[in-house]
Write a protein that binds this ligand. Sequence first.
Ligand code: ZN
Length: 297
Amino acid sequence: MKRVSCDVIQDLIPLYVEDMLSEDSRKLVKAHLDECEECRAYLNELQETSTLPPEIDITLFRKIQTNLQKKKWQAIVLATIITLFIGTLTIVFMTAPEYFPYSEEVVAVNEASNELVLVNFSDKVAGYNLNSYPGENGTGSVYHLTTWSTTWHELVDTEEITPIVLNPNEEQVEAVYYYQANGEADQLIYGNEQHPSGGAFTLPRLSLAYLSVLAGIAFIICVGMMFAVRSNRTYLERVTKITFLPLSYLFAQLIVTGWNTSTYSIVRDLTVILLVSILLYGIFWIGMKWVNSHLIE
Ligand SMILES: [Zn+2]
């Protein structure tokens, strides 16, 4: 009878150690232990072999769990950013303007019977840009026009551009020039030549070139700082994070405009460049965290 009882008690002892028994069972085990040397020895042996107290076990487990969750989130965020990045690049290339050199099939200027000057676009044209300024003899306006196509327009949105009226209030139209975007002089497509001595050139705006020079200088300064703090891991990490700001910008600009930074659509280009830089920086940031968490282990 006593042997059977000892087996039962020894089955219960691990639970007794963990304090997971009901009150009655605990009393039963306690009463038995007071009388039974063999089961007391078993209890001692069990307490000695359990190396870690249970509460430390749990903290360690939680730590590992948090760490795993962190890594999971990092992976999710990284995948999201990369997806956004690829999506943005696709949109950037789909909507990048490809300027048309002048051709009568692309754009035609016509006079309507009622003094209005109409511009008609071919269905290949995805967008246009029109600027005007007062003519030299002060009686009317001079217009500068350019048109472009996009892959998006060719493949997806094939909607035609509605003709525009240059002078809705019957103003005098001195001349309309077409900007060729290929380095050649602007082409007079309507009215009287305003620059008899030589062709007019619409100059691409150079703001992006200035920005890339600024970013380049910032990058060089940052690299110098990285070199200066290279022995301090914490500082080096901080400076690296700053260094990647101008670097992301430079990469984004290279991706969006290529080596030629001249632009005729600065708002679009700058918006797109900033968007791509933010995404690139996000990839860098998560990538750095990921590398760090793997190196530290
Ligand atoms: Zn016993």
